[in-house]
Design a protein around this ligand. Structure first.
Ligand code: G6P
Length: 368
C-alpha cells in the first residue's frame, strides 16, 4: 500500500496531486487545437441525436451529481440545449416525464452506483438515448448505456472523490463544446475555449504549489464546528462540492449555497465562530460577491476567499486569500475546486481523521 501511495501520506493527497496529469490524459486525442475541434470517439455516432435533443437530463449521485450541475451550466452556455440535473435516487421514483427525443446522461465514477444504474435502466425503458460518463472501464453502467465517454482518471482509492470529479467536468466541458460545433459557437470561439482548457493543468500545478498557504488556513480553522461555502454561476456547484468534501472527511458540518441565497437563510448562522469560504474569482458576478463578503464581515464571520491572481484589494475584506491563476469563467470550476480539496484534506488530517476511509461512507454504493 505504501508503494501505491507513491510517497504521499494518503491516497487522497496523491490523487489531488495527480490531477494535472489526469487532466492531460482526459484531453489527449480529444482536444484538437489545430482544427478548433473536439473529438469524442465514444459518442460520435450519437452526436447528431444529442444535438437534436429537446432537452438533456443528467442523473448522478454525490460528487458526480455536482459535476452534473457544472455540466448543466456548460451545456446551456455553449450548446443552448435545456438541461435538468436530477439525483438518480429521486429520478427513479418520481415517474419522470421522459421519452424518445430526450437524452439522459448518467455520470458515475465507479459505474456501479445502484441508484444511478436504476435511473439508467428506467430511462432506457422509456425510450431515451442514454449516455454514460464513467471512470471504471467495463463497469455495469458503462456497459448498459447506448454510448459513453470514459474519464480516464485511473483508479481512485480515496473515498472522497477528487481526480474523478475534475475528469468528469472536463468530459462535460468537451461534450458541451462538441454539441455547439456548427450550431451555437463559431469555430474560432470553440478554439478559444479549447485553449483555455488546455492551459488548465499547468494552472493547477501552480495552485498545488500553494500547499503551505492552504495548510495555514487549515491550522486556523480545523477546530471549527461549522463552515459555509458560497459561490455563484459555474462556481455554485463548486461551493457544494467544497462543503461535501469537508463534511465527508473531517466531520465538520458544512453547507454550500449560491452566494445570493445567503440572505434567505444562512446569514442567520453567521457569527464569530463561522468561517465562510467565498469563491470570488473575477467574473460577471464578482462585484455582487464582494457585497456578500461585506455582509459576512459586518456580522464578524471569518472570511476565506478564493480570488484571481492580482486581486490584492480583496485582502482588505478577507482574513485569508488563496490566489488562483486567471482563466475564462467556464474553466474556473476546475481551478477553484483544487484549493477546496486541499483545505478539506489538511483540516481532516489535523483533526486526526482517517481521510481515505471516512466513517460510514463507501467508495461505491451498490445497494439502495
Ligand atoms: C459515494 C462516494 C462518493 C461518490 C458517490 C457516487 O457516495 O463516497 O465519492 O461521489 O458515491 O459514486 P459514483 O461512483 O456513482 O460516482
Amino acid at each position: 500500500e505504501e508503494i501505491e501511495k507513491g510517497g504521499f501520506e494518503h491516497f487522497m493527497l496523491k490523487e489531488i496531486f495527480e490531477q494535472p496529469g489526469v487532466m492531460r490524459d482526459v484531453m489527449r486525442g480529444r482536444v484538437r487545437l489545430e482544427e478548433n475541434r473536439v473529438r469524442l470517439g465514444g459518442i460520435e455516432d450519437y452526436l447528431d441525436t444529442i444535438r437534436g435533443a429537446e432537452r438533456i437530463v443528467i442523473c448522478a449521485c454525490g460528487t458526480s451529481w455536482h459535476a452534473g450541475l457544472i455540466g448543466e451550466y456548460l451545456i446551456e452556455e455553449f450548446a443552448r440545449i435545456p438541461v435538468e440535473v436530477d439525483y438518480a435516487s429521486e429520478f427513479r421514483y418520481r415517474n419522470p416525464i421522459i421519452g424518445r427525443g430526450d437524452v439522459v446522461i448518467v455520470i458515475s465514477q465507479s459505474g456501479e452506483t445502484a441508484d444511478t444504474l436504476a435511473a439508467l435502466r428506467l430511462a432506457m425503458q422509456k425510450g431515451a438515448t442514454v449516455i454514460g460518463i464513467c471512470n471504471v472501464v467495463g463497469s455495469t453502467i458503462a456497459r448498459e448505456t447506448h454510448c459513453g465517454m470514459y474519464t480516464h482518471a485511473g483508479p481512485e482509492i480515496g473515498v472522497a472523490s477528487t481526480k474523478a470529479f475534475t475528469a468528469q467536468v472536463i468530459v462535460l466541458y468537451l461534450l458541451a463544446l462538441a454539441l455547439s460545433e456548427g450550431r451555437t459557437l463559431p469555430d474560432h470561439e470553440i478554439g478559444l475555449y479549447l485553449r483555455e482548457l488546455a492551459a488548465v493543468p499547468e494552472k493547477v500545478e501552480r495552485i498545488l504549489a500553494q500547499n503551505d498557504v492552504v495548510m495555514e488556513i487549515a491550522q486556523a480553522y480545523h477546530q471549527s464546528r461549522n463552515c459555509l461555502y458560497l459561490g455563484r454561476g459555474f462556481n455554485f456547484p463548486v461551493a457544494l462540492e467544497g462543503a461535501l468534501k469537508l463534511k465527508e472527511i473531517s466531520y465538520i458540518h458544512a453547507e454550500g449555497y449560491p452566494a445570493a441565497e445567503m440572505k434567505h437563510g444562512p446569514i442567520a448562522l453567521i457569527d464569530e465562530d463561522m468561517p465562510v469560504v467565498f469563491i470570488a474569482t473575477r467574473d460577471t458576478t464578482y462585484t455582487k460577491i464582494l457585497s456578500n463578503i461585506e455582509e459576512v464581515r459586518s456580522r464578524k464571520g471569518h472570511v476565506i476567499v478564493i480570488a484571481s491572481d492580482g486581486d490584492e484589494d480583496i485582502r482588505r475584506l478577507a482574513d485569508h486569500v488563496i490566489h488562483i491563476p486567471s482563466a475564462a469563467g467556464p474553466v474556473t470550476p476546475l481551478l477553484n475546486v483544487i484549493p477546496l480539496q486541499m483545505l478539506s484534506y489538511h483540516i481532516a488530517t489535523l483533526r486526526g481523521c482517517n481521510v481515505d476511509r471516512p466513517r460510514n461512507l463507501a467508495k461505491s454504493v451498490t445497494v439502495e
